[in-house]
Design a protein around this ligand. Sequence first.
Ligand code: HEM
Length: 238
Amino acid sequence: MKHLQVALWGVFPYVALILFFAGSLWRYRYDRFGLTTRSSQLHESRLLSIGGPLFHFGLLFVLAGHVVGLIVPEWLTEDVHVSEPLYRANALLVGGVAGTATAAGLAILLWRRLRVRAVRAGTGRSDRVLFPVLAAVLLAGLTATLMGPVSGNYDYRLGVSVWFRSVWELDPNVPAMTSAPLVYQVHALLGMALFALWPFSRLVHAFAAPVGYVTRPYVVYRSRGAGPPSGARTGARR
Ligand code: HEM
């Protein structure tokens, strides 16, 4: 049993991280033009335009919540007068709403993928692994958050978060995780599996998100027949 716990919480995190970073590098080197979501927008756009933003914007808030909850230690939030009950109430409200929006968005996207024939036809082997894992990660996370108040209010910032930080310090605190309720353990294991799958699935499109689009220079259009703009040099080419 002890060996299994060390394998799950002391070794698997590094296997997942190596797969994530090495796989992404490999994909970038050898399949740079394949870093795409393999968009199916041409086949169906109405459900996509609802499910897509719901999933992605919800996920942005969920991930922001993880950064605070897993990285910022409890003593630091208490130092700035955010008490544990206040933090918990806030996490329940914001995390609950964001997590529900993300799960609802994913449900719409999955429904579309199963019901629209052309979209289903474009569903590959990696999707058949990815989507169930993604759905399970979200459901386990939401269950942990929403069950909190009725299951004795486990303080994950004194357990899961301590383990999470210890992984990055290269000194994994296995007991901090084995003493967490099962739903947290399942959630974290599935979360790591998702990162291991990342480079080998359509999730790689996150690396090709067109963020530069926001600051790119304007594209100047000119009509075909228009003469040169006033003040422009009209002389022959040198
Ligand atoms: C090793 C990786 C991860 C760890 C350690 C982790 C840990 C946690 C913890 C401690 C909670 C809070 C439960 C509570 O409020 O009591 C949570 C909630 C949640 N997690 Fe994760 N998580 C991980 C990865 C992920 C990933 C990759 C996703 C989504 C793709 C995700 C989605 C969620 C959702 C939807 C919730 C519930 C709503 C929320 O709090 O935002 N988690 N997770």
